[in-house]
Design a protein around this ligand. Structure first.
Ligand code: DX5
Ligand code: ZN
Length: 219
């Protein structure tokens, strides 16, 4: 299991020190939650731009960008500047599959991996046609919009279904789960077929980042 730490709840004051501590603690990725105030209520654009700038200059840990926005293309362009490992776009942001495929091609042409994300109520079958074109599926295990929520149990079944399908089809995709992940549910996510977890609150609120990340990886 790989761990992508969501930096949504990192306080501005001593953020550089926190990023350094997370790197030392062994996070595999930094998860950047970009919210535009339209696709979801919150707006994190300025904060996430500022944090990405810092991270880009102080660390080699790859950035995992999650776009919860309506105007996908303009945010793809503004976050490609930080040379992230991947950019993940939402299925629900697009008017049709054709538009999603255009976004994905544009991102890939810019030497960046791509992910497709879906909200808890969007059926997994909806993205089956897109699977051959993505590196990652980011399954939202809470409603997108804020940190600190509880994982919705039915999303675990969804991950299982996706894992079975990709196996049957011989597709190699990372399955990443995002929202409300902690030591109580990480095992069920691993068993369902998830190989990357996003965790914000459970890591940032812990006393010892290193111990928490190790436990999340090994539970
Ligand atoms: C929710 C975000 C998540 C989330 C992670 O919209 O995509 O990345 O904030 O934070 P926790 O672990 O607090 O749910
Ligand atoms: Zn996220």
């Amino acid at each position: 299991m790989e761990v992508s730490t969501s930096i949504l709840s990192v306080k501005r004051d001593n953020c550089i020190q926190t990023f350094y501590n997370l790197e030392t603690a062994g996070t595999d990725y930094f998860h950047i939650d970009v919210m535009d105030g339209k696709f979801v209520e919150n707006n994190t654009v300025d904060l996430m731009t500022e944090y990405s700038e810092y991270l880009n200059s102080i660390t080699n840990i790859p950035l995992d960008v999650h776009l919860m926005v309506e105007d996908v293309m303009s945010y793809v362009k503004s976050f490609l500047v930080f040379e992230p490992r991947n950019i993940t776009v939402h299925y629900e942001s697009a008017k049709d599959d054709k538009e999603i495929l255009e976004w994905l091609s544009f991102i890939k042409e810019n030497n960046c991996k791509v992910g497709i994300s879906l909200k808890p109520n969007t059926e997994i079958e909806k993205i089956y046609n897109i699977l051959p074109y993505v590196h990652t599926v980011l399954v939202m295990t809470v409603e997108p919009g804020k940190g600190g929520q509880e994982l919705i149990p039915s999303t675990i079944e969804k991950i299982k279904k996706l894992k079975d399908y990709t196996k049957k089809q011989g597709l190699e995709v990372d399955i990443e789960a995002d929202g409300g992940i902690n030591l109580d549910n990480v095992k069920s996510l691993r068993m369902a077929g998830c190989n990357i977890i996003v965790a914000g609150t459970s890591i940032i609120k812990s006393k010892n980042y290193k111990k928490m990340i190790e436990k999340l990886k090994n539970t």
